[in-house]
Design a protein. Sequence first.
Length: 485
Amino acid sequence: MSANRPAAVVVLAAGEGTRMKSSTPKVLHAICGRSLVGHVVAASRELDPEHLVVVVGHAREQVGGHLAEIDPDVRTAVQHEQNGTGHAVRMGLEELGNSGVTLDGTVIVVCGDTPLLTGETLKKLGDTHAADGNAVTVLSAEVPDSTGYGRIVRDENTGAVTEIVEHKDATDAQRAIREINSGVFAFDAQLLTDALGKVRTDNSQGEEYLTDVLGILREAGHRVGAAVADDHREILGINNRVQLAEARRLLNERLLHRAMLDGVTVVDPATTWVDVSVTFEPDATVHPGTQLLGATHVAAHAEVGPDSRLKDTSVGEGASVSFTVADGAKVGPGASVGPYAYLRPGTDLGPKAKAGTYVEMKNATIGEGTKVPHLSYVGDATIGEFTNIGAASVFVNYDGESKHHTTVGSHCKTGSDNMFVAPVTVGDGAYTAAGSVITKDVPPGSLAVARGQQRNIEGWVARKRPGSAAAQAASAAGQESDGEQ
């Protein structure tokens, strides 16, 4: 437990986010596999706060339901009317108070739309707050363009923070300031509670600004300080789809940078996209045009890509996956997938097995060394070890009402253009002839032939298609044959 463990973290997530122009609440938009508010909650959890409360308002049922899914221990407080950041924090503290919580220590306030904010930066804020003995410490940053942000106004002599002025209320001189308020603060809990009761609404928006608490505490003789973020991009808030895309790019770069430093080869980071929940082992390789999503894991010496999309998929050591879409699949060590394969949920490809070109698998367990090389569909099936499935084979698993299972044993050789009509079993060591429709069980070691006998009707083209190119070609071939005789 951290020595500077905060008494509470309050996440502000009540706004509507109209500039997103979306039916989805702003804080529920996702980047890199996690919602905006989910990123903030995850960073806040790194502080190990005694209490974590998220203030919701717009679409509160939807946002609250999402929070319950990603972190069941999160408390929610409702801001029924969006009357400003100060009012939102007050709602959060009242929710804790009404639950019998007495706060003693530090309260961290963060915004629910800052997905790039890290736990490390929040810890730095808390440590600075404690070390300097501040009543309030603001997380600030120097930015290239401060338009739209609240400006940090400092005492020219001491450098102390004297106030934070919102862009709408700032003078021209204040708008030239590049140090901005991130919207993230550390407060003394008791002083914050007292000061929130004194915040006024005589500003351009008629709202309770949380930033006014700084002036109230400073006028009362308390110390106000600031901790400057090392990277100003961490405090970027999301207000529209352009900023959402930019944050996604920045977070993706951060994730890939970390992976590469941990020993992963990313051939082209500009075209590689990963979620925060993706994991790698050293010496994994990711080729261009690849998306790795959800709980995907890539083991050592495995290669994924190019142009592949894997979600909730594990790739074993030394396996190769190229030009492939996989969802909820398991690729065993040394296995080969693609090009142009589709592994659907429930696919378990064994060690050194193969799902080749234009192969689709679903709810299928494939044994070690077994090959499904090309142009086949394997659904609801179990295939043993070292079996070869012929090209253009289909496991016919659906009868129009129910799905059925097919079992093919080990060391089998099935012919091309086979239909396995489930439920059916092909025993170990069995063969099936090309073009067969297998509707009955095949005993071990047997050859199954399920196709009609071929018959040739001589002269059919000449009679039925006289004068056609085919008829002319056949006639010429017949004349050549007669001449040879």
